[in-house]
Design a protein around this ligand. Structure first.
Ligand code: XBP
Ligand code: MG
Length: 267
């Protein structure tokens, strides 16, 4: 069946944003005098929980505090998250985040091929707006037919709600769409909605379990940033992923098993 749409995750997929999210969390913690500070190693494990508000609640629950104190801190999470989001969008708007290599090329190729573009993300709409406008300019907000994100759904990734919402809003069945993700939570969310999924891990997710992915690559790549070890591992046409080769793979290649997924992720 022919592919009509590509559904992109945002954080880690369109741009490697989590270091800026981590800095924004720490700036908000300092601003509000919480005495918390998330180093990279701790943040990497905290990323197992999607959603900044949910992540903070999980962190609070891990602290050696009385139940009443945890409840009081839970009640402050919306305030803390609002401050964090302000810091994140400020940094994004000042150009602090770039698209990952090959993403712009890939988006333009997809548009030229007549594919519709959508987003299915856990982060907030204001974060997505700031990132897309800063990296793509005004067209960033018109390039995507659908932006499904954040609290539009009750259950965040790895639940499939956000991908199901994106597909429903697009009016496209799962077998006519491809998901592009960076994390195991995102992969499980897309697979649960029935989408063939390309995974491009980052530092924050490399080495995770990507079983079920249709293809795992270090990134999308382009002439300026060719993929290490490609072609030869999986790509036959160029040392970056072109839309034509992706569509061909999605229509023929099965999902990866565990060994393949680990091998291909390391290519
Ligand atoms: C990634 C997330 C988000 C970000 C932080 O979303 O899980 O929670 O880490 O952003 P995705 P918020 O990969 O699905 O784009 O603080 O706005 O949640
Ligand atoms: Mg992601």
């Amino acid at each position: 069946m022919s592919i009509e749409a590509l559904v992109f995750d945002v954080d880690g997929t369109l741009a490697d944003t989590e270091e800026v999210h981590r800095m924004a969390f720490n700036l908000a913690f300092d601003q509000l005098g919480l005495g918390w500070h998330w180093e990279q190693a701790e943040y990497r494990s905290l990323l197992a929980v999607t959603g900044g508000k949910e992540r903070m609640k999980a962190y609070i629950d891990s602290l050696p505090l009385a139940t009443a104190d945890k409840k009081r801190l839970h009640e402050r999470v919306p305030e803390i998250h609002a401050a964090k989001t302000q810091h994140y969008t400020d940094m994004a708007r000042r150009g602090g985040i770039a698209l990952r290599p090959g993403v712009l090329r890939f988006l333009e190729e997809a548009q030229n091929a007549g594919l519709r573009l959508a987003i299915a993300s856990t982060t907030t709409a204001v974060n997505i707006d700031a990132l897309l406008q800063a990296t793509l300019g005004p067209r960033g907000l018109t390039m995507f037919d659908v932006i499904a994100c954040g609290d539009q759904v009750r259950a965040k990734k790895p639940a499939s709600d956000i991908y199901l919402l994106a597909l429903e809003t697009l009016g496209v069945p799962p077998e006519r769409a491809i998901a592009i993700e960076d994390s195991p939570n995102g992969l499980r969310s897309a697979l649960g909605a029935g989408l063939w999924t390309l995974v491009t891990p980052t530092f924050w997710t490399e080495g995770s379990d990507f079983r079920g992915a249709g293809l795992v690559l270090p990134g999308l790549g382009d002439a300026a940033d060719p993929l290490p070890g490609e072609p030869g591992g999986q790509l036959q046409r160029a040392p970056w992923l072109g839309i034509d080769e992706l569509l061909e793979m999605a229509s023929t290649a099965p999902q990866l098993n565990a060994v393949q997924a680990l091998y291909r992720e390391g290519c």
